[in-house]
Design a protein. Structure first.
Lengths: 174, 279
């Protein structure tokens, strides 16, 4: 299986084809509903984001608390479509990759194509299994959101499928 | 008159929250194994195999099967000759949820609906009571994740809509949901009653042992027919295509008004979670 080291670059993104299974390694951010809302509100007011969005990959996840001695608890993807209304704005701000589960709407597909990005899916509900591929966790923004705070994760050989590629090819039927 | 100490209820509810979130029923894992055999798509097979491995890791390492450890939905069957001592039943259950979610390293997913401020301890639980004759107390904790809850729907159909109209609505719900609710699903259906009764029995349908048919033969046939039609949609595991969109369809019915036909479709992801204790 193809291995990809993060951050993503243009050449890598262009090489990824919808349907392809790959293993991701490197640093990513987490972000769900409330973090997306805050990111977009900040961008609309021309405020500085608390994270670097350029060339970033965001994983839609709210993990369970880590047990002592472990970096993270269960950590599978949440439903991506809830983030659809915020995603084009983040892609415009430099976001290059997303990891989640389930289909995206046409606006997101168009924005992925326009900004040369990629949408990955991993197996929804496989929280225990996927946690084994996450090596560290650090809260970096919106701590008050608890399970929804923005965290930096170090992932290793994290198994994903390319669901929407930079040409706009989509593995889900709309 | 039987007396039950509220502290015992709290401790037991805490255990049930943890048990339900760590160990999904063996019947569900067996249904994944069966599905691997009948699927021809590699993506469907590989998703299902990951789910089987996930269930093993969760059980063996005592961790949550899914990070969405849900709203704690609690079904209580209480005999009218039971007395709870040292506190109220409701407080005892909520204290148990708080303890279980803390001790079990489960995610606290409850927030105020408008301010979105997290309640911090996964309480309050959503509790449904049935009062029965006798001295028994049975508590079922059924953590419900929102990936699938969000895709559930209720519709007040016309009384002449019949099975055809019901089927059409259910298939529409499944297609609208697509890959979002983490298929393969357990589909709970409540037909009849009132607006809220249909929703409640659709949720109760989810705690019936997997694939155990409705005792009424005609309804059991309808369950089978709907399962075939749902699986014919081709949505498949994770929505990536395949034959296994649902593992089972469970229907519960209740008499309804001559003017209506409420139908509730409560989708449950593959993380079918419930644990029961009796006192």
């Amino acid at each position: 299986m193809k291995k990809i080291n993060l951050p993503l670059n243009e050449k890598t993104i262009e090489s990824l084809q919808a349907g392809e299974e790959v293993l991701l390694s490197g640093k990513i951010l987490t972000g769900r509903d409330q973090a997306h809302l805050r990111f977009v509100q900040a961008l609309e007011k021309d405020q500085k984001l608390p994270v670097i969005m350029e060339n970033q990959v965001i994983y839609y996840v709210g993990p369970t608390p880590a047990k002592p001695g472990q970096p993270i608890g269960s950590a599978g993807p949440t439903t991506s479509s809830r983030m659809d209304k915020f995603t084009p704005k983040l892609l415009e701000a430099g976001l290059r990759g997303m990891i989640g589960k389930g289909p995206r709407n046409q606006q997101v597909i168009d924005a992925i194509k326009q900004y040369k990005a990629v949408y990955f899916v991993c197996v929804g509900g496989a929280g225990a299994y996927l946690s084994k591929r996450i090596k560290s966790l650090k809260v970096i923004a919106y701590d008050d959101l608890g399970p929804e705070s923005v965290k930096e994760l170090m992932i290793e050989d994290f198994p994903v499928t390319v669901a929407i590629d930079s040409q706009g090819n989509n593995i889900f039927r709309l | 008159m039987k007396e039950i100490d509220s502290v015992d209820i709290t401790n037991k509810v805490a255990d049930l929250c943890i048990q339900a979130n760590y160990c999904i029923p063996v019947a569900i894992i067996k249904s994944f194994q069966n599905a691997v055999r009948i699927e021809s798509s590699e993506k469907a097979k590989s998703s299902l195999n990951i789910l089987i491995e996930n269930a093993n890791i969760a059980k063996n390492e005592s961790m949550a099967y899914c990070q969405d450890t849900g709203v704690a939905v609690v079904f209580v069957k209480i005999g009218q000759d039971v007395r709870i001592k040292n506190g109220s039943l409701e407080n005892a259950i909520n204290a148990g949820v708080k303890k279980g979610y803390e001790d079990g390293f489960l995610r606290k997913s409850l927030a105020d609906p408008l301010t979105r401020k997290n309640t911090g301890d996964n309480t309050p639980a959503v509790i449904h009571y049935d009062i029965l004759p006798g001295e028994a107390l049975e508590i079922t904790v059924a953590p419900k994740g929102f990936g699938s809850e969000n895709m559930s729907q209720l519709k007040m159909l016309n009384p002449t809509a019949g099975k055809e109209g019901i089927t059409e609505f259910i298939i529409k719900v499944i297609k609208d949901a697509g890959g979002n609710p983490c298929p393969p699903l357990l589909v709970g259906i409540g037909i009849g009653g009132t607006f809220e009764k249909a929703a409640l029995i659709s949720k109760k349908a989810l705690i019936r042992p997997l694939g155990q048919p409705n005792p009424d033969n005609a309804i059991a046939e309808f369950e089978k027919d709907l399962l075939d039609k749902i699986n014919a949609t081709g949505i498949g595991p994770m929505g990536l295509g395949g034959k296994t969109t649902a593992l089972a369809v469970h229907i519960e019915t209740y008499p309804t008004h001559i003017a209506g036909l409420p139908v509730a479709v409560n989708l449950c992801c593959h993380a079918v979670r419930h644990a029961t204790a009796t006192f």
